[in-house]
Design a protein around this ligand. Sequence first.
Ligand code: ADP
Length: 189
Amino acid sequence: MLNLVLFGPPGAGKGTQSAKLIEKYQLVHISTGDLFRMHISNDTELGKRVKQILADGLLVPDSITIDMLEEEVQKNPQAKGFIFDGFPRTVAQAEALDAFLEGKSEKINGVVQLDVNQDEIKHRIAERQKISGRADDDADKLLKRIDEYFSKTIHVLPYYEAQGKVTKVNGIGDIDEIFNNVCTAIDSL
Ligand code: ADP
């Protein structure tokens, strides 16, 4: 299996790069943000629990997120591997993912860090909101999400760095050029 984590702040382009990667590497894409939004739009029990949390730009509690992620992996027993997008976002999630994969004699093969500075993120998300209308893309919710990223999610990087798994790729520039650099990082794993 090839199991990858795409890591980066909100608006780094994880979704865009994931879409291209699944095609090239035939992996299953799991975006916890997309899954939460699906639960919310289907008004499921889980959706009702997380709706306000997403609207506020805060992180969903680890236990809820981890259970949902594991369930999604189990739904794909034939997968050649997974791209985890937006997960793990806390060190507890990263540890849970490692333990879960270890139970299946699998592991994370590599982490690609999409490197984008804060000014660029704010600009991109303001542009995205004009199209997506995502409630959590508005200015003060975005600041909350960036805050969550720098207070909690950023600590996931040293966790994987200690395992020697992180490759940093410049996330600014032409989408196809970024994709080529991401592929080079993956192909050298
Ligand atoms: P972005 O990367 O643009 O912030 P996502 O679609 O990845 O957007 O996530 C949207 C929201 O979903 C987050 O702000 C958070 O509320 C929730 N979420 C997604 N993934 C996680 C996670 N791994 N842990 C906790 N909350 C999450």
